[in-house]
Write a protein that binds this ligand. Structure first.
Ligand code: NAD
Ligand code: UGA
Length: 465
């Protein structure tokens, strides 16, 4: 099958960058990215590339080269479906917030909606691709929805999970460790897999394109995220032991990572992992295991999330303890709101939870992040509090104790504490001697990412040291 027209439903952190790279690498394919969110699409179409809805190093250049040539952003979902031979679904798949599996199971509302729309609109055969992260056997449900089409259209459903990490998305897409394509072992299934493989083959070496059955592909995505997060929780659990025993987590991590069977990546101790996916995907895995009656397996993976919560609480409590057990009415400064450096994404950032604990304790919180917008920071807190059913009065009074700054100097002036929560490079290069002179004495610097050099003039507290 010669594919020359594809679309992607969902213009988010996955849909935008992945399609921009496909457009760049496959100039003969017309790529349309559609979304129901008009504001997001307008931002993708903004002449000023600094207004793109997502900050990713290298993304602007790729969009500049392709947009308007073979890459298009639109809200006309139906037109894009009808025109395309291949449809990627890259919509959000959060955890359910109510009903059976609340807090754990994946909410497939958006995926199902896409499938219904495809079933309704399509009048020619389509290859429908799961790009979103989905529970194993979701393709079955998608096929069922697609079968409601009344125009005799044949749909082939493939799983093609995305492994990019935010902050390095473009680099990851250019040089993927692997591309995974799951399809049915039928003639049509094999033809659909071959069509998708031929797209990736334009820039990914054949040996890195792995084809499997659909269920293995779906499960591999959840399992990959769980294994990565498990490494972080493992090293973070050991960081607590280091603090008690006099060992140094950086040294321990290096020693462990030099064993080539283990490897050095994802062994950086931190204030806890964040991001929109690790926690949600592990909780989804926990739900799946329970669904299949595998209680012990479910509990094993659940522990990864529990240790992550423990680490965030531990960091916040360390600050409180360091201020003689109370932060009430004390200025405390948080540096970094994004869940990692080089992104403006703050979904599930550890900082949100640390901020929440400190605000509950009465701190006057001052926040600075080089990339996350003020409105987003307030919204993250409001969303958390609303999800807990805090009263409007309580929310308002906590918001009054929260100030977002546009520069780090004012955020830190007269503060009792500077706490680093995101590993932004610029934090390393601040003049910490000058900063701490302008803070309350004795100034304390809590480094939740172990990014600072040791400075004998400053009271520094690191993770796992
Ligand atoms: P996102 O929230 O940034 O984007 C999803 C977009 O889909 C939103 O803009 C939303 O408006 C749109 N949408 C939802 N329903 C729609 C519909 N019916 N029609 C048209 N548009 C619709 O989400 P994301 O971060 O891009 O993640 C998407 C999926 O990819 C998730 O399943 C996630 O787990 C997975 N994933 C994410 C990452 C990542 O780094 N963010 C990496 C790998 C996989
Ligand atoms: C992660 C995976 O790395 C991607 O492969 C996957 O596609 C993606 O989730 C997804 O499915 O959404 P991402 O969340 O964007 O990517 O970023 P990571 O680099 O994995 O970092 C996640 C969190 O772990 C961040 O808060 C980061 O600071 C933290 N982390 C990472 C550590 O605390 N220590 C480490 O050693 C590594």
């Amino acid at each position: 099958m010669n594919v020359n027209n594809i679309c992607c439903i969902g213009a988010g952190y996955v849909g935008g960058p992945t399609m921009a790279v496909i457009a760049l690498k496959c100039p003969d394919i017309k790529v349309t990215v559609v979304d129901v969110n008009q504001q997001r699409i307008d931002a993708w179409n903004d002449e000023d590339l600094d207004q793109l809805p997502i900050y990713e190093p290298g993304l602007k250049g790729v969009v500049a080269e392709t947009r308007g040539k073979n890459l298009f952003f639109s809200t006309d979902v139906e037109k894009a479906i009808e025109e395309s031979q291949m449809i990627f679904m890259a919509v959000n798949t959060p955890n359910k917030t109510h009903g059976e599996g609340k807090g754990f199971a994946a909410d497939l509302t958006f995926v199902e909606k896409c499938a219904r729309q495809i079933a309704k609109v399509a009048s020619t055969d389509k290859i429908v691709i799961e790009k979103s992260t989905l529970p194993v056997r979701t393709a079955e449900k998608i096929k069922e929805v697609l079968s409601s089409n009344t125009k005799g259209v044949h749909f082939e459903v493939l799983s093609n999970p995305e492994f990019l990490a935010e902050g390095t998305a473009i680099q990851d897409l250019f040089k993927s460790d692997r591309v995974l394509v799951g399809g049915d072992d039928t003639e049509n299934g094999k033809a659909a897999v071959a069509a998708l493989v031929s797209i990736y083959s334009n820039w990914i070496p054949k040996g890195k394109i792995l084809t499997t059955n659909v269920w293995s592909s779906e499960l591999s995505k959840l399992a990959s995220n769980a294994m990565l997060a498990q490494r972080i929780s493992s090293i973070n659990s050991l960081s607590a032991l280091c603090e008690k025993s006099g060992a140094d987590i950086e040294e321990v991590s290096k020693a462990i990572g030099m064993d080539s069977r283990i490897g050095s990546k994802f062994l950086k101790a931190s204030v806890g992992f964040g991001g929109s996916c690790f926690q949600k995907d592990i909780l989804n895995l926990v739900y799946l295991c329970k669904h299949y009656g595998l209680e012990e397996v479910a509990e094993y993976w659940h522990q990864v999330v529990k240790i992550n919560d423990y680490q965030k609480n531990r960091f916040a409590n360390k600050i409180i303890k360091g201020l003689n057990g109370t932060v009430n009415k004390k200025k405390v400064t948080l540096l970094g709101w994004a869940f990692k450096k080089n992104t403006n994404d703050s979904r599930e950032s550890a900082t949100i939870y640390v901020a929440d604990i400190l605000l509950e304790e009465g701190a006057e919180l001052h926040i600075f992040d080089p990339m996350v917008k003020e409105a987003r920071i307030y919204q993250d807190l409001i969303t958390l509090w609303e999800s807990r059913n805090d009263s409007q009065q309580k929310i308002n009074s906590k918001l009054k104790c929260c100030v977002v700054h546009q520069d780090h100097k004012t955020a830190l002036e007269n503060s009792f504490v500077a706490a680093i929560l995101t590993e932004w490079d610029e934090f390393k290069f601040y003049d910490w001697d000058a900063i701490t002179r302008k803070m309350k004495h004795p100034a304390k610097v809590y480094d939740g990412r172990n990014v600072l050099e040791l400075n004998k003039n400053i009271n520094q507290y690191f993770i796992g040291k």
